[in-house]
Write a protein that binds this ligand. Sequence first.
Ligand code: URA
Length: 439
Amino acid sequence: MLPQEIIRRKRDGQRLSPQEIAGFIEGLTSGTVSDGQAAAFAMAVFFNGMSRDEAIALTLAMRDSGGVLDWSDLPGPVTDKHSTGGVGDNVSLMLAPIVAACGAYVPMISGRGLGHTGGTLDKMDAIPGYVSQPDVARLHKAVLETGCAIIGQTAHLAPADRRLYAIRDVTGTVESVPLITASILSKKLAAGLQSLVLDVKVGNGAFMEKSRDATALANSLVEVANGAGLKASALVTGMNEPLASAAGNAVEVRNAVDFLTGRFRDRRLEDVTLALAADMLQSAGLVSSNQDGMRRATETLAGGRAASVFGRMVASLGGPADFVEKPERYLPKTAVELAVKATGNGFVTGIATRDVGLAVVGLGGGRRHPDDRIDHAVGITRLLPVGAEVRAGEALALIHARTTAAAEAAAATVLSAYAVGPSKPAAEKTVIRRILPRG
Ligand code: URA
Protein backbone atom coordinates (compact mmCIF):
# COMPACT_ATOMS: atom_id res chain seq x y z
CA MET A 1 0.00 0.00 0.00
CA LEU A 2 1.17 3.55 -0.69
CA PRO A 3 2.52 5.42 2.40
CA GLN A 4 0.07 8.27 1.79
CA GLU A 5 -2.84 5.82 1.96
CA ILE A 6 -1.64 4.51 5.34
CA ILE A 7 -1.25 8.08 6.63
CA ARG A 8 -4.72 8.96 5.35
CA ARG A 9 -6.30 6.00 7.15
CA LYS A 10 -4.59 6.92 10.43
CA ARG A 11 -5.50 10.59 9.90
CA ASP A 12 -9.16 9.54 9.64
CA GLY A 13 -8.98 7.56 12.87
CA GLN A 14 -9.02 4.09 11.31
CA ARG A 15 -7.10 1.13 12.69
CA LEU A 16 -4.04 0.01 10.74
CA SER A 17 -3.31 -3.65 10.13
CA PRO A 18 0.06 -5.17 11.18
CA GLN A 19 0.89 -5.47 7.44
CA GLU A 20 0.24 -1.77 6.83
CA ILE A 21 2.38 -0.79 9.83
CA ALA A 22 5.19 -3.17 8.83
CA GLY A 23 5.10 -1.81 5.26
CA PHE A 24 5.33 1.79 6.45
CA ILE A 25 8.25 1.00 8.80
CA GLU A 26 10.04 -0.94 6.05
CA GLY A 27 9.76 2.16 3.86
CA LEU A 28 11.08 4.30 6.71
CA THR A 29 14.15 2.07 7.03
CA SER A 30 14.82 1.74 3.30
CA GLY A 31 14.22 5.43 2.60
CA THR A 32 11.17 5.05 0.31
CA VAL A 33 9.10 6.90 2.95
CA SER A 34 10.08 10.59 2.96
CA ASP A 35 10.73 12.73 6.08
CA GLY A 36 7.47 14.58 5.33
CA GLN A 37 5.49 11.33 5.20
CA ALA A 38 7.09 10.09 8.43
CA ALA A 39 6.24 13.40 10.14
CA ALA A 40 2.63 13.25 8.88
CA PHE A 41 2.32 9.66 10.12
CA ALA A 42 3.71 10.65 13.55
CA MET A 43 1.28 13.59 13.76
CA ALA A 44 -1.68 11.38 12.77
CA VAL A 45 -0.71 8.92 15.53
CA PHE A 46 -0.20 11.82 17.94
CA PHE A 47 -3.78 13.01 17.42
CA ASN A 48 -5.60 9.71 16.91
CA GLY A 49 -3.55 7.34 19.09
CA MET A 50 -3.15 3.64 18.49
CA SER A 51 -4.86 0.56 19.84
CA ARG A 52 -2.71 -1.84 21.86
CA ASP A 53 -2.54 -4.17 18.83
CA GLU A 54 -1.36 -1.37 16.57
CA ALA A 55 1.27 -0.32 19.14
CA ILE A 56 2.48 -3.92 19.38
CA ALA A 57 2.71 -4.15 15.58
CA LEU A 58 4.64 -0.85 15.45
CA THR A 59 7.04 -2.02 18.18
CA LEU A 60 7.73 -5.34 16.43
CA ALA A 61 8.17 -3.68 13.02
CA MET A 62 10.69 -1.20 14.48
CA ARG A 63 12.53 -4.02 16.27
CA ASP A 64 12.75 -5.92 12.97
CA SER A 65 14.17 -2.91 11.12
CA GLY A 66 17.63 -4.00 12.34
CA GLY A 67 19.43 -6.83 14.12
CA VAL A 68 18.53 -8.48 17.43
CA LEU A 69 21.34 -9.29 19.90
CA ASP A 70 21.79 -12.96 20.70
CA TRP A 71 22.69 -13.93 24.27
CA SER A 72 21.88 -17.64 23.98
CA ASP A 73 25.38 -18.62 25.18
CA LEU A 74 24.95 -16.84 28.55
CA PRO A 75 24.36 -19.17 31.50
CA GLY A 76 21.80 -16.90 33.23
CA PRO A 77 18.79 -14.67 32.56
CA VAL A 78 19.23 -11.50 30.48
CA THR A 79 17.41 -8.50 31.92
CA ASP A 80 17.43 -4.69 31.91
CA LYS A 81 15.70 -1.57 33.22
CA HIS A 82 14.60 1.54 31.39
CA SER A 83 13.94 4.90 33.02
CA THR A 84 11.89 7.62 31.37
CA GLY A 85 14.44 10.11 32.75
CA GLY A 86 14.87 12.61 35.52
CA VAL A 87 17.36 14.78 37.40
CA GLY A 88 20.07 13.17 39.56
CA ASP A 89 18.86 9.81 38.27
CA ASN A 90 22.04 7.70 38.33
CA VAL A 91 20.16 4.53 39.35
CA SER A 92 21.48 2.52 36.36
CA LEU A 93 25.06 2.80 37.57
CA MET A 94 24.23 0.94 40.78
CA LEU A 95 21.36 -1.21 39.57
CA ALA A 96 23.18 -3.02 36.73
CA PRO A 97 26.05 -4.22 38.97
CA ILE A 98 23.73 -5.13 41.89
CA VAL A 99 21.55 -7.30 39.65
CA ALA A 100 24.59 -8.76 37.83
CA ALA A 101 26.19 -9.63 41.18
CA CYS A 102 23.00 -11.58 41.99
CA GLY A 103 23.41 -13.80 38.89
CA ALA A 104 21.64 -11.97 36.03
CA TYR A 105 23.22 -10.58 32.86
CA VAL A 106 22.51 -6.93 32.16
CA PRO A 107 23.35 -5.47 28.74
CA MET A 108 22.17 -1.97 29.65
CA ILE A 109 21.77 -0.03 26.43
CA SER A 110 21.26 3.54 27.52
CA GLY A 111 20.76 6.95 25.99
CA ARG A 112 22.22 10.44 26.08
CA GLY A 113 20.64 13.30 28.03
CA LEU A 114 17.37 14.64 26.67
CA GLY A 115 16.15 18.16 27.51
CA HIS A 116 16.68 18.88 31.20
CA THR A 117 17.28 15.19 32.07
CA GLY A 118 20.68 13.54 32.34
CA GLY A 119 21.72 10.57 30.20
CA THR A 120 23.43 7.45 31.54
CA LEU A 121 25.72 7.30 28.52
CA ASP A 122 26.99 10.84 29.14
CA LYS A 123 27.73 9.89 32.75
CA MET A 124 29.77 6.83 31.76
CA ASP A 125 31.68 8.98 29.26
CA ALA A 126 33.03 10.95 32.25
CA ILE A 127 35.26 7.94 33.06
CA PRO A 128 38.55 8.29 31.16
CA GLY A 129 39.20 5.45 28.72
CA TYR A 130 35.70 3.93 29.09
CA VAL A 131 34.41 2.79 25.70
CA SER A 132 30.70 3.53 25.93
CA GLN A 133 29.94 2.46 22.36
CA PRO A 134 31.78 -0.83 21.90
CA ASP A 135 31.26 -3.19 18.97
CA VAL A 136 29.01 -6.19 19.54
CA ALA A 137 31.98 -8.54 20.22
CA ARG A 138 33.37 -6.32 22.98
CA LEU A 139 29.92 -5.77 24.48
CA HIS A 140 29.39 -9.53 24.52
CA LYS A 141 32.75 -10.16 26.20
CA ALA A 142 32.10 -7.52 28.89
CA VAL A 143 28.62 -8.92 29.69
CA LEU A 144 29.87 -12.52 29.73
CA GLU A 145 32.89 -11.78 31.93
CA THR A 146 31.50 -9.20 34.35
CA GLY A 147 27.69 -9.68 34.18
CA CYS A 148 26.86 -6.20 32.88
CA ALA A 149 27.79 -3.45 30.45
CA ILE A 150 26.38 0.07 30.46
CA ILE A 151 26.73 1.25 26.88
CA GLY A 152 25.11 3.26 24.06
CA GLN A 153 22.91 2.04 21.25
CA THR A 154 24.78 0.46 18.33
CA ALA A 155 23.90 1.59 14.80
CA HIS A 156 22.29 -1.68 13.76
CA LEU A 157 19.67 -1.82 16.55
CA ALA A 158 16.20 -0.51 15.60
CA PRO A 159 17.36 1.94 12.87
CA ALA A 160 13.72 2.81 12.06
CA ASP A 161 13.36 4.22 15.57
CA ARG A 162 16.47 6.33 15.15
CA ARG A 163 15.04 7.92 11.98
CA LEU A 164 11.50 8.33 13.32
CA TYR A 165 12.73 9.70 16.67
CA ALA A 166 14.87 12.35 14.96
CA ILE A 167 11.85 13.43 12.89
CA ARG A 168 9.52 13.44 15.95
CA ASP A 169 12.06 15.51 17.86
CA VAL A 170 11.69 18.41 15.41
CA THR A 171 7.99 18.07 14.54
CA GLY A 172 6.32 18.31 17.97
CA THR A 173 5.40 14.61 18.04
CA VAL A 174 7.52 13.25 20.90
CA GLU A 175 4.78 13.24 23.57
CA SER A 176 2.61 10.46 22.20
CA VAL A 177 2.13 7.39 24.42
CA PRO A 178 2.10 4.81 21.55
CA LEU A 179 5.09 6.42 19.82
CA ILE A 180 7.11 6.63 23.07
CA THR A 181 6.13 3.04 23.88
CA ALA A 182 7.19 1.65 20.50
CA SER A 183 10.38 3.71 20.50
CA ILE A 184 11.55 2.50 23.92
CA LEU A 185 10.45 -1.10 23.52
CA SER A 186 11.72 -1.66 19.97
CA LYS A 187 15.25 -0.91 21.23
CA LYS A 188 14.82 -3.14 24.29
CA LEU A 189 13.47 -6.02 22.18
CA ALA A 190 16.41 -5.57 19.77
CA ALA A 191 18.75 -5.87 22.76
CA GLY A 192 17.58 -9.49 23.10
CA LEU A 193 16.28 -9.22 26.68
CA GLN A 194 14.19 -11.87 28.43
CA SER A 195 12.70 -9.42 30.94
CA LEU A 196 12.51 -5.69 31.52
CA VAL A 197 11.59 -3.40 34.40
CA LEU A 198 10.43 0.13 33.58
CA ASP A 199 10.97 3.08 35.88
CA VAL A 200 8.37 5.65 34.86
CA LYS A 201 9.13 8.95 36.56
CA VAL A 202 6.43 11.37 37.62
CA GLY A 203 6.71 14.90 38.97
CA ASN A 204 8.15 18.32 38.24
CA GLY A 205 11.50 16.88 37.08
CA ALA A 206 9.99 14.20 34.79
CA PHE A 207 8.56 14.37 31.26
CA MET A 208 5.25 13.16 32.74
CA GLU A 209 4.29 15.65 35.44
CA LYS A 210 0.87 14.18 36.22
CA SER A 211 0.31 10.83 37.89
CA ARG A 212 -2.47 9.97 35.41
CA ASP A 213 -0.14 10.44 32.40
CA ALA A 214 2.73 8.50 34.01
CA THR A 215 0.39 5.62 34.87
CA ALA A 216 -1.02 5.58 31.31
CA LEU A 217 2.53 5.38 29.91
CA ALA A 218 3.52 2.68 32.42
CA ASN A 219 0.43 0.60 31.54
CA SER A 220 1.08 1.03 27.83
CA LEU A 221 4.75 -0.01 28.20
CA VAL A 222 3.88 -3.10 30.25
CA GLU A 223 0.97 -4.21 28.03
CA VAL A 224 2.78 -3.65 24.73
CA ALA A 225 5.99 -5.32 26.00
CA ASN A 226 4.01 -8.32 27.20
CA GLY A 227 2.08 -8.41 23.90
CA ALA A 228 5.37 -8.36 21.99
CA GLY A 229 6.65 -11.34 24.00
CA LEU A 230 8.83 -9.49 26.54
CA LYS A 231 8.10 -10.02 30.23
CA ALA A 232 7.87 -6.53 31.72
CA SER A 233 6.70 -4.73 34.85
CA ALA A 234 6.88 -1.08 35.87
CA LEU A 235 7.35 1.14 38.88
CA VAL A 236 6.02 4.69 38.87
CA THR A 237 8.53 6.65 40.99
CA GLY A 238 8.59 10.22 42.25
CA MET A 239 10.61 12.97 40.57
CA ASN A 240 9.47 16.03 42.52
CA GLU A 241 13.09 16.49 43.65
CA PRO A 242 16.45 15.24 42.34
CA LEU A 243 16.93 11.57 43.23
CA ALA A 244 20.63 11.77 44.06
CA SER A 245 22.15 14.75 45.89
CA ALA A 246 24.31 15.24 42.78
CA ALA A 247 23.28 16.31 39.27
CA GLY A 248 25.75 16.33 36.38
CA ASN A 249 27.98 13.70 34.86
CA ALA A 250 31.26 13.12 36.78
CA VAL A 251 29.53 14.16 40.02
CA GLU A 252 26.80 11.52 39.54
CA VAL A 253 29.42 8.86 38.78
CA ARG A 254 31.19 9.79 42.02
CA ASN A 255 27.87 9.63 43.87
CA ALA A 256 27.27 6.15 42.38
CA VAL A 257 30.71 4.88 43.43
CA ASP A 258 30.15 6.20 46.96
CA PHE A 259 26.77 4.44 46.98
CA LEU A 260 28.26 1.13 45.83
CA THR A 261 31.16 1.23 48.30
CA GLY A 262 28.87 2.33 51.16
CA ARG A 263 30.70 5.60 51.76
CA PHE A 264 27.51 7.62 51.29
CA ARG A 265 23.98 6.81 50.13
CA ASP A 266 21.09 9.16 49.38
CA ARG A 267 18.01 7.60 50.98
CA ARG A 268 15.48 8.09 48.15
CA LEU A 269 18.02 6.89 45.61
CA GLU A 270 18.58 3.77 47.69
CA ASP A 271 14.80 3.15 47.95
CA VAL A 272 14.28 3.35 44.18
CA THR A 273 17.42 1.36 43.31
CA LEU A 274 16.58 -1.52 45.65
CA ALA A 275 12.91 -1.59 44.59
CA LEU A 276 13.93 -1.83 40.93
CA ALA A 277 16.57 -4.46 41.75
CA ALA A 278 13.97 -6.58 43.58
CA ASP A 279 11.60 -6.40 40.58
CA MET A 280 14.39 -7.22 38.11
CA LEU A 281 15.51 -10.24 40.15
CA GLN A 282 11.94 -11.45 40.47
CA SER A 283 11.05 -11.04 36.79
CA ALA A 284 14.36 -12.69 35.83
CA GLY A 285 13.30 -15.69 37.94
CA LEU A 286 16.26 -15.44 40.33
CA VAL A 287 14.12 -15.01 43.45
CA SER A 288 10.70 -16.31 44.38
CA SER A 289 9.21 -13.12 45.82
CA ASN A 290 9.71 -9.39 45.85
CA GLN A 291 10.79 -9.50 49.52
CA ASP A 292 13.38 -12.13 48.61
CA GLY A 293 14.63 -9.89 45.82
CA MET A 294 14.90 -6.95 48.19
CA ARG A 295 16.86 -9.07 50.67
CA ARG A 296 19.23 -10.43 47.98
CA ALA A 297 19.86 -6.97 46.51
CA THR A 298 20.45 -5.40 49.95
CA GLU A 299 22.90 -8.15 51.00
CA THR A 300 24.75 -8.01 47.70
CA LEU A 301 25.16 -4.26 48.00
CA ALA A 302 26.26 -4.44 51.65
CA GLY A 303 28.78 -7.22 50.92
CA GLY A 304 30.59 -5.06 48.34
CA ARG A 305 29.96 -7.48 45.46
CA ALA A 306 28.11 -4.87 43.38
CA ALA A 307 31.03 -2.42 43.78
CA SER A 308 33.40 -5.11 42.58
CA VAL A 309 31.22 -5.91 39.51
CA PHE A 310 31.09 -2.18 38.64
CA GLY A 311 34.90 -1.95 38.88
CA ARG A 312 35.38 -4.99 36.65
CA MET A 313 32.85 -3.67 34.11
CA VAL A 314 34.68 -0.31 33.93
CA ALA A 315 38.05 -2.05 33.43
CA SER A 316 36.62 -4.48 30.86
CA LEU A 317 35.38 -1.54 28.77
CA GLY A 318 38.71 0.29 28.83
CA GLY A 319 38.48 2.37 32.04
CA PRO A 320 41.03 2.39 34.89
CA ALA A 321 41.42 -0.92 36.77
CA ASP A 322 41.35 0.86 40.16
CA PHE A 323 38.49 3.25 39.36
CA VAL A 324 36.24 2.18 42.25
CA GLU A 325 39.10 2.50 44.74
CA LYS A 326 40.27 5.92 43.49
CA PRO A 327 37.50 7.69 41.55
CA GLU A 328 38.88 11.12 42.55
CA ARG A 329 42.11 10.35 40.69
CA TYR A 330 40.26 9.91 37.39
CA LEU A 331 37.07 11.95 37.31
CA PRO A 332 37.39 15.44 35.83
CA LYS A 333 36.97 18.41 38.21
CA THR A 334 36.29 22.11 37.81
CA ALA A 335 38.33 25.00 39.19
CA VAL A 336 35.34 26.96 40.50
CA GLU A 337 33.08 25.84 43.35
CA LEU A 338 30.32 28.04 44.71
CA ALA A 339 27.87 27.34 47.54
CA VAL A 340 24.22 28.30 46.97
CA LYS A 341 23.27 29.91 50.27
CA ALA A 342 19.79 29.90 51.82
CA THR A 343 18.40 33.37 52.42
CA GLY A 344 16.15 32.42 55.36
CA ASN A 345 15.61 29.84 58.10
CA GLY A 346 13.21 26.94 57.71
CA PHE A 347 12.67 23.67 55.86
CA VAL A 348 13.04 22.87 52.18
CA THR A 349 9.37 22.63 51.17
CA GLY A 350 9.80 22.04 47.43
CA ILE A 351 12.30 22.01 44.56
CA ALA A 352 11.59 23.04 40.96
CA THR A 353 13.48 19.98 39.77
CA ARG A 354 13.39 20.75 36.06
CA ASP A 355 15.15 24.06 36.78
CA VAL A 356 17.93 22.21 38.63
CA GLY A 357 18.38 20.04 35.50
CA LEU A 358 18.40 23.17 33.33
CA ALA A 359 21.07 24.71 35.60
CA VAL A 360 23.28 21.70 34.82
CA VAL A 361 22.62 22.17 31.09
CA GLY A 362 23.48 25.89 31.49
CA LEU A 363 26.82 24.94 33.08
CA GLY A 364 27.61 22.84 29.98
CA GLY A 365 26.70 19.46 31.50
CA GLY A 366 23.90 18.87 28.96
CA ARG A 367 23.23 19.77 25.34
CA ARG A 368 21.39 22.72 23.82
CA HIS A 369 21.84 21.27 20.31
CA PRO A 370 22.05 17.57 19.43
CA ASP A 371 25.71 17.81 18.35
CA ASP A 372 26.98 19.89 21.31
CA ARG A 373 29.97 18.48 23.21
CA ILE A 374 29.24 18.31 26.88
CA ASP A 375 31.49 19.17 29.81
CA HIS A 376 31.61 16.12 32.08
CA ALA A 377 33.20 17.93 35.02
CA VAL A 378 30.52 20.53 35.74
CA GLY A 379 27.47 19.90 37.90
CA ILE A 380 25.87 20.36 41.29
CA THR A 381 26.50 18.40 44.51
CA ARG A 382 25.20 18.42 48.08
CA LEU A 383 21.67 19.23 46.90
CA LEU A 384 19.57 19.32 50.07
CA PRO A 385 16.45 17.13 49.87
CA VAL A 386 12.87 18.26 50.48
CA GLY A 387 12.26 18.28 54.25
CA ALA A 388 15.83 19.26 55.19
CA GLU A 389 16.18 21.99 57.80
CA VAL A 390 18.33 24.96 56.79
CA ARG A 391 19.42 28.28 58.32
CA ALA A 392 20.12 31.52 56.48
CA GLY A 393 23.65 31.46 55.04
CA GLU A 394 23.87 27.65 55.04
CA ALA A 395 24.40 25.82 51.75
CA LEU A 396 21.45 24.45 49.78
CA ALA A 397 23.83 23.03 47.15
CA LEU A 398 27.37 23.34 45.75
CA ILE A 399 27.95 24.40 42.13
CA HIS A 400 30.93 23.07 40.13
CA ALA A 401 31.63 25.37 37.18
CA ARG A 402 34.36 26.40 34.77
CA THR A 403 33.98 30.14 35.41
CA THR A 404 32.72 32.36 38.22
CA ALA A 405 30.09 33.84 35.90
CA ALA A 406 28.74 30.37 35.01
CA ALA A 407 28.73 29.39 38.70
CA GLU A 408 26.81 32.54 39.67
CA ALA A 409 24.20 32.01 36.95
CA ALA A 410 23.66 28.38 38.04
CA ALA A 411 23.55 29.41 41.72
CA ALA A 412 20.81 31.97 40.98
CA THR A 413 18.75 29.31 39.16
CA VAL A 414 19.18 26.78 41.98
CA LEU A 415 18.37 29.37 44.66
CA SER A 416 15.11 30.25 42.96
CA ALA A 417 14.35 26.54 42.43
CA TYR A 418 14.36 25.96 46.20
CA ALA A 419 11.33 26.89 48.29
CA VAL A 420 12.07 27.29 52.02
CA GLY A 421 9.18 27.60 54.47
CA PRO A 422 8.44 27.47 58.18
CA SER A 423 7.05 23.93 58.46
CA LYS A 424 8.46 20.60 57.46
CA PRO A 425 6.41 19.09 54.58
CA ALA A 426 5.10 15.52 54.76
CA ALA A 427 7.49 13.11 53.02
CA GLU A 428 6.35 12.01 49.54
CA LYS A 429 6.48 8.35 48.55
CA THR A 430 9.44 7.39 46.36
CA VAL A 431 7.82 4.29 44.84
CA ILE A 432 4.28 5.39 44.02
CA ARG A 433 2.84 2.47 42.06
CA ARG A 434 3.85 -1.00 40.91
CA ILE A 435 2.46 -2.40 37.64
CA LEU A 436 2.87 -6.16 37.40
CA PRO A 437 3.32 -8.20 34.18
CA ARG A 438 0.02 -8.93 32.39
CA GLY A 439 -1.36 -12.16 31.15
N1 URA B 1 12.90 7.76 24.90
C1 URA B 1 12.91 7.02 23.77
O1 URA B 1 13.76 6.18 23.55
N2 URA B 1 11.92 7.27 22.87
C2 URA B 1 10.95 8.16 23.07
O2 URA B 1 10.09 8.31 22.22
C3 URA B 1 10.97 8.93 24.26
C4 URA B 1 11.97 8.69 25.17
